[in-house]
Design a protein around this ligand. Structure first.
Ligand SMILES: Nc1ncnc2c1ncn2[C@@H]1O[C@H](COP(=O)(O)OP(=O)(O)OP(=O)(O)O)[C@@H](O)[C@H]1O
Length: 286
């Protein structure tokens, strides 16, 4: 699902991330750990071609798309649907005046998910922009997205949205709420639900739980673990939280000052690390 070889990202003269090898297969979770500024987020963003202003070289393939050479349209399909980016505080990225159901429906329509047979297997490149835009203030109980978004295929989309919510252990009734009416953990699970509804094959999670308290963190991690086990999603997790990583990752890359200093199976790297920096990180655990 993800294959990286000799990735190098530089801003000006400064190389901020160098990753010789990174593979994440179906149903696998790989974590990138390291202190602040070590190049974790840059690596993640480079996988989606989102390191604007940087010089990027190497081979990057995500869901079969060559990110370094892909045309903008193919890249948009990867970014928007096949590979979902889950960030620390998704609420900030959600329009505050729009109900969650409308936001999700809009994203699905944009990517051509109609709720019909086979429509959620991935984005359709023919999916036109959604025409139901605008703040929704009326979403009644019968509609996940509000009357403005009802139409052909609406019931199918409602079912897709409801199933996606259930997959992340959210009551679909949450789709009638506004972003400020949900908790951080719910927002994080909503972001993952959106990815599932879009047919994502890969989840790129950048510190997905660091804004959450411990109990809610466990819920989100439980959801991610379930998705990879049950649906075969590939998860690339960026985190400075080694305790969290130990509960979910199969393999771990440790970065320091833009360089991968250690990589291997999680049980080895986190229990019996080779590199002194990894030992330092582990010793710093409470
Ligand atoms: N757009 C940019 N222009 C210049 N330098 C950048 C840019 N984005 C990131 N950097 C630099 O690249 C380095 C790596 O940053 P990055 O965000 O990848 O680290 P990180 O390990 O994810 O840190 P954190 O855990 O704090 O998010 C940092 O020194 C940062 O200042």
């Amino acid at each position: 699902m993800i294959r990286v070889r000799d990735l190098r990202v530089a801003y000006g003269d400064r190389v901020v991330a160098e990753v010789p090898e990174l593979d994440v297969g179906r149903g696998e979770c790989v974590a990138i750990v390291g202190e602040s500024g070590s190049g974790k987020s840059t690596t993640l963003l480079a996988l989606l071609g989102l390191t604007e202003g940087a010089r990027v070289s190497g081979e990057v393939s995500v869901c079969g798309v060559d990110v370094m050479k892909a045309r903008p349209r193919a890249l948009r399909a990867v970014r928007g649907a096949k590979a979902a980016l889950v960030i620390q505080s998704p609420q900030a990225a959600l329009s505050p005046t729009t109900r969650l159901g409308v936001l999700m429906r809009r994203a699905l329509r944009l990517h051509g998910v109609t709720g019909g047979p086979g429509s959620t297997g991935g984005p359709s490149l023919t999916g036109g922009p959604d025409s139901t835009g605008g703040p929704d203030s009326t979403g009644g109980p019968g509609s996940m997205g509000g009357p403005g978004s009802m139409g052909k295929g609406s019931r199918g989309i409602d079912a897709v949205m409801a199933q996606a919510c259930e997959a992340v252990l959210l009551d679909p009734a949450i789709l009638r709420r506004y972003p400020h009416e949900i908790s951080g953990g719910q927002a994080q699970r909503f972001a993952i639900a959106m990815a599932i509804a879009l047919g994502a094959e890969v989840i790129l999670a950048d510190e997905p739980t660091s804004a959450l308290d411990v109990t809610v963190q466990a819920e989100v991690v439980g959801v991610l673990r379930g998705l990879r086990e049950e649906r075969g999603l590939a998860v690339l997790l960026v985190s400075h939280d080694l305790a969290l990583v130990s509960t979910i990752a199969d393999r771990v890359l440790v970065m320091k000052d833009g360089v991968v200093v250690e990589a291997g199976p999680a049980r080895h790297v986190l229990r019996d690390p080779d590199h002194p920096y990894t030992r330092e990180l582990l010793e710093a655990l409470p």
